[in-house]
Design a protein around this ligand. Structure first.
Ligand code: HPA
Length: 245
């Protein structure tokens, strides 16, 4: 079964034919909200809103372990993560859809592993390619069929938040090789890998990163909101195509 983790602007899948909602607990605590099961494009899936259904949980307080454990326990084998980002690379303007292929993790202090050594074992998973190849392909193919332009490949910088970055921090991330910046991509991706789930991300660029583009003098949350609403309509459409394949 496919799981979708919805980020800002995607607290529900309006086109999801909901069959049931389930409140679950995990050994890691409570996930961000109930799991929503339903059908989309003829396929059964499970959805969770990363920040809660009322968008009340900030990125650094999301219980990523509980969310991933809950989805796995519900029978999900694949996870598509939808998340908004700031665009660092000049061509990644607001409105762009991006399927990233690499990650740099700048987050700190988050519970970032299931392998805490409690079972007396030390495990190091391979994370050379953080996103699942086949699931990325499916996303790209669904975008093509939906007629939505998507950028294939980008380096995602995961920051701690909840504040936005300084211009100098964005300059440093660009020197590091980052193309987009967001606050939730890690540890979600690595936990999915540890849990044995195929994971890919669909990023929606909602603003120029700090010090870039017209946002050079500050980032307006109102502009981000407007962009989110519009872009998430396209994301829903794309996801529906993906479920039809
Ligand atoms: N920075 C970090 N996270 C984000 C941004 C940003 O500019 N836009 C959306 N999520």
């Amino acid at each position: 079964m496919l799981a979708i983790i919805g980020g800002s602007g995607l607290t529900q899948l309006a086109n999801l034919d909901v069959t049931r909602r389930e409140v679950v607990r995990t050994p890691y605590g409570e996930p961000s909200g109930p799991l929503t099961f339903g059908r989309l494009g003829g396929r059964e899936l499970v959805f969770i809103a990363r920040h809660g259904y009322g968008h009340t949980i900030p990125p650094h307080r999301v219980n990523y372990r509980a969310n991933i454990a809950a989805l796995r326990n519900a029978g999900a084998g694949k996870v598509i993560s939808v998340a908004s980002v700031g665009g660092i690379r000049a061509d990644l303007a607001p409105g762009s859809l991006v399927v990233p292929d690499q990650i740099i993790d700048y987050t700190w202090g988050r519970h970032s592993t299931f392998f805490d050594g409690h079972d007396g074992q030390v495990k190091h998973i391979d994370f050379t390619e953080p996103y699942d190849f086949d699931l990325r392909r499916r996303l790209l193919e669904a975008a093509r069929l939906a007629g939505e332009a998507v950028v294939d490949g980008a380096v995602y910088a995961a920051t701690q938040g909840p504040r936005l970055e300084t211009a100098a921090e964005i300059n440093r991330m660009e020197r590091d090789g980052a193309d987009v910046v967001g606050m939730t991509g890690m540890p979600e991706a690595v936990l999915a890998r540890e849990a044995g789930l195929a994971y890919a991300a669909l990023n929606v660029v909602v603003n120029h990163a700090a010090g870039r583009g017209a946002s050079a003098h500050g980032i307006e949350m109102s502009a981000i909101e407007a962009m989110l609403q519009e872009a998430m309509m396209r994301v829903r459409h794309l996801l529906e195509r993906l479920c039809e394949e």
